[in-house]
Ligand binder design. Structure first.
Ligand code: FMN
Length: 213
């Protein structure tokens, strides 16, 4: 084990329990440091082969892009009433470059074994994937970053809503993204209001989902 965690298992479960998808926010702003800290936490998410295929497009409250960003989220109340909006984007087109950066990193560190692993195996795996497989591969890691972001936002006392109800073409056009960038989801952030909770927490029993082997 490396670092110790600053929280107990119980405290983490209680944080996970407190995070809800909140669709209406008050007019309160979200401190800059809350956003920066949550983005740092998102960036610490694990990713396949550590290629970190994400991009976080943060549309700040006063941004000139704000209106277009809300429209790209189909003007959902969760977007329209939010203080901040972050689009979690995947970049399958950058996988080769990220892989090459890993090779360079490990070569510079004198770790020839890991450098050749990226040069030979990871690069070949990426090259051999269909576009659909690449997108799924990238989206998996981006979604983990998104989950980490939402928990960090809740830990700071604010609320969020993940949204895939959006128009990815509008999002790509807004941020100048290539056609093959995946828009994994948008996440709105703010101070949740009671009306923003559309119902009590609903989960099927864990026993329906858990198989022990
Ligand atoms: C990938 C993903 C996409 C979602 N898209 C939307 C959305 O477009 N609009 C919305 O209001 N909620 C959206 N949700 C929120 C879900 O409806 C919500 O997570 C689910 O009902 C469980 O509620 P909870 O998050 O409060 O536990 C999305 C959630 C995920 C994970």
């Amino acid at each position: 084990m490396t670092d110790t965690t600053p929280t107990s298992g119980e405290a983490f479960e209680s944080l996970a329990n407190a995070r809800r998808s909140v669709r209406r926010f008050s007019s309160a702003s979200v401190p800059e440091e809350v956003m920066q800290s949550a983005l740092r936490a998102a960036h610490l998410a694990p990713s396949s082969n550590n290629l970190q295929p994400w991009e976080f497009h943060w549309v700040r409250s006063g941004s000139a892009d704000r209106e277009a960003a809300v429209t790209a989220c189909l003007s959902q109340p969760a977007a329209a009433t939010s203080a901040e909006l972050v689009f979690f984007v995947g970049r399958p087109d950058l996988l080769e470059a990220r892989c090459a950066a890993m090779v360079a990193h490990f070569e510079a560190a004198g770790n020839d074994g890991t450098a050749s692993y990226y040069r030979d195996q990871v690069a070949a795996n990426i090259a051999g994937m269909s576009a659909a497989a690449r997108n799924a591969w990238v989206d998996k890691s981006v979604a983990l970053a998104a989950a980490q972001f939402m928990l960090a936002i809740k830990a700071a006392g604010f609320d969020s809503c993940p949204m895939e109800g959006l128009d990815p073409d509008q999002v790509r056009a807004l941020f100048g993204l290539p056609a093959d960038a995946t828009v994994t989801m948008a996440i709105s952030v703010g101070e949740g209001t009671p009306e923003g909770l559309y119902g009590p927490r609903l989960r099927f029993p864990l026993a329906d989902h858990l198989r022990e082997h």
